[in-house]
Design a binder for this molecule. Structure first.
Ligand code: 17E
Ligand code: FE2
Length: 419
C-alpha cells in the first residue's frame, strides 16, 4: 500500500508512505504534490499520525448508565455504589455486546490500542475473563491490555488479594489498585506495596487508580512512586487520575515532583471524567480536580489523556472521541499556548504509547507495523482548532475505517465573496 501527499507531524513537507507485508517499508519526502495512480491513496495534504491510544477506559462498565439506577450525586463514590448494583446482572453475552459496541466507537475515532480496566471485586471474575478472551480473539484487529482492577479495594474487599492473583493467573496484563478507597490510610499504603510485589511476582505492568479524590491528604502517589523507584520499575508503572494532586499545596508538590521525576512513572489524566466527578463537595470556589498535567509535562514526566468512561455509572456522556477529551484537557489545564497546541497530539498518541509500553511497535517509522490514521488538518494546531475528524485508519497496511468528510452547503453570499 502507498499513501501519497501525506503530512507528518512537525514536518510541513508532503510525504509518500509505503507499507509492505504489514510494515512501513519506506517513508520519503516529496518535492511537490503528486497525482495518485492506481491503488495509491491520496492524503491530499492531510496529517498522518500514529493511531490514537486509549490508555484508560472501563470497557466492562461501558454503556450501562442508568442500569438499574442513575448516579444522582455525580460523585465517584456513588458511581461505585451504582456499579455494585449492576455487577450481579453481568454475564458474558452482555459484556461482549457492550464491549464490541464501544470498541466500534473507539475504532471510528482512530484508536488502535486500548488499556481497559476490568473490575475484579467480583468472585465470578466474569468481566475480567470476558475481556481477556476478547483481547485474545481480537489481537489482529486491535491491541488491548487488561488491568485487573480491584474496584472495591484490594485489602478491604473480601478475598481481594486472592481475586487479584486469580486474575493474574487468568492472564491480566496489568496490576491495578485503588488506595484512596481502602478503609484506612494504612491499608492504602499496604495495598501499594502489595501491587508492586504482585507485579514483580507475575512480571506484569502496574496501573493504579491513585488518589482519585479531592482530599489533599490522600498521598498514596508518593508510596507508589517510591516503591517503583526502589524496585527499578518506573517506566512499567502508571498512576491514573491522581486528582488529589490538584489540592496538594505547592511546597509538598515541589518535594513530590523530585521523587516522581526520579521514579520515571507515567501519568494518565481523564479530564472529562475528573471535571465531572471532582469538586463535588465544594460550593464556590469549586476545584477543577485535575492532576497537574501542565506541570508534569513541563517537568518532562510522561503524561497522557484517557476517556475513562463511555455512558456508565460515573459518566453519562462519551463517544469514543479522544480529540474531544484532548480539547477539554487543554482548556481545563490551561495548556493553551502555541507550544502546547503544536505538540498537543502527543497527549493522545506518543505519550500514551509510552505509558502502555508499546513503543517498540508504535509510530510511523520504517520497520514498524504499518499503522496510521489520517486527520482532517495539516498539523496538530489545525486538527485541534478545527476538531478535525479522523478520515482514515490503516492497520498493518489495510484500511480498517474510512470517513467521508461532511459537506456543508454555505449561504450564497459567502460563496459569492469567496469566488
Ligand atoms: N471506577 C473508579 O474508581 N474511578 C473511575 N473514574 C471509574 C470507575 C470510571
Ligand atoms: Fe478509571
Amino acid at each position: 500500500m502507498q499513501i501519497i501527499n501525506a503530512r507528518l507531524r512537525h514536518s510541513p513537507a508532503l510525504h509518500t508512505l509505503s507499507i509492505e507485508q504489514g510494515r512501513f517499508s519506506a517513508i520519503s519526502e516529496q518535492s511537490g504534490a503528486l497525482a495518485a495512480t492506481g491503488a495509491q491513496i491520496d492524503a491530499a495534504g492531510k496529517l498522518a499520525c500514529a493511531p490514537f491510544v486509549e490508555p484508560h477506559i472501563h470497557l466492562d462498565a461501558a454503556l450501562t448508565a442508568g442500569e438499574p439506577n442513575w448516579n444522582l450525586s455525580g460523585t465517584l463514590f456513588e458511581g461505585i455504589e451504582r456499579w455494585a448494583e449492576r455487577k450481579p446482572l453481568l454475564n458474558e453475552a452482555d459484556i461482549r455486546r457492550r464491549v464490541l459496541q464501544t470498541l466500534e466507537l473507539l475504532v471510528s475515532q482512530g484508536v488502535q490500542f486500548v488499556r481497559t480496566h476490568a473490575d475484579i471485586s467480583d468472585p465470578s471474575l466474569v468481566g475480567l475473563r470476558t475481556l481477556c478472551a476478547l483481547r485474545d480473539e481480537l489481537k489482529e484487529k486491535i491491541e488491548i491490555q487488561v488491568v485487573a482492577f480491584p474496584q472495591e479495594g484490594l485489602l478491604s474487599f473480601p478475598n481481594g488479594v486472592q481475586l487479584m492473583e486469580q486474575a493474574l493467573e487468568i492472564g491480566a496484563d496489568v496490576v491495578g489498585g485503588i488506595p484512596h478507597f481502602e478503609y484506612t490510610r494504612e491499608l492504602g499504603e499496604a495495598s501499594m506495596k502489595k501491587v508492586i510485589e504482585l507485579a514483580l511476582k507475575y512480571d506484569r505492568l502496574v496501573d493504579v487508580h491513585c488518589d482519585e479524590i479531592d482530599d489533599p491528604n490522600s498521598r498514596f502517589l508518593e508510596v507508589l512512586a517510591c516503591e517503583a523507584l526502589f524496585h527499578g520499575l518506573g517506566e512499567r508503572v502508571t498512576a491514573s487520575h491522581t486528582t488529589a494532586m490538584h489540592s496538594y499545596d505547592n511546597a509538598y508538590c515541589s518535594k513530590l515532583f523530585r521523587l516522581l521525576k526520579r521514579s520515571g512513572i507515567n501519568f494518565i489524566s481523564c479530564p472529562t471524567e475528573s471535571i465531572h466527578l471532582q469538586g463535588r463537595f465544594d460550593s464556590y470556589p469549586k476545584r477543577r480536580g485535575l492532576t497537574r498535567v501542565k506541570e508534569l509535562n513541563a517537568a518532562e514526566i510522561n503524561v497522557c489523556f484517557g476517556q475513562d468512561s463511555i455512558f456508565d455509572p460515573w459518566y453519562s456522556l462519551g463517544n469514543g472521541k479522544l480529540l474531544r477529551t484532548l480539547d477539554f484537557g487543554l482548556h481545563i489545564c490551561q495548556m493553551m499556548g502555541y507550544d502546547d497546541f503544536s505538540q498537543a497530539l502527543d497527549l493522545i498518541s506518543d505519550n500514551s504509547a509510552r505509558t502502555l509500553h508499546i513503543e517498540d511497535r508504535y509510530g510511523i517509522e520504517v520497520g514498524k507495523p504499518g499503522n496510521l490514521i489520517l486527520l482532517d488538518g495539516e498539523d496538530d494546531y489545525s486538527v485541534l482548532r478545527k476538531q478535525g475528524d479522523v478520515l482514515l485508519s490503516v492497520r498493518q497496511g489495510e484500511v480498517i475505517m474510512r470517513r467521508e468528510p461532511a459537506r456543508v452547503v454555505s449561504p450564497a453570499w459567502i460563496d459569492g465573496n469567496n469566488a
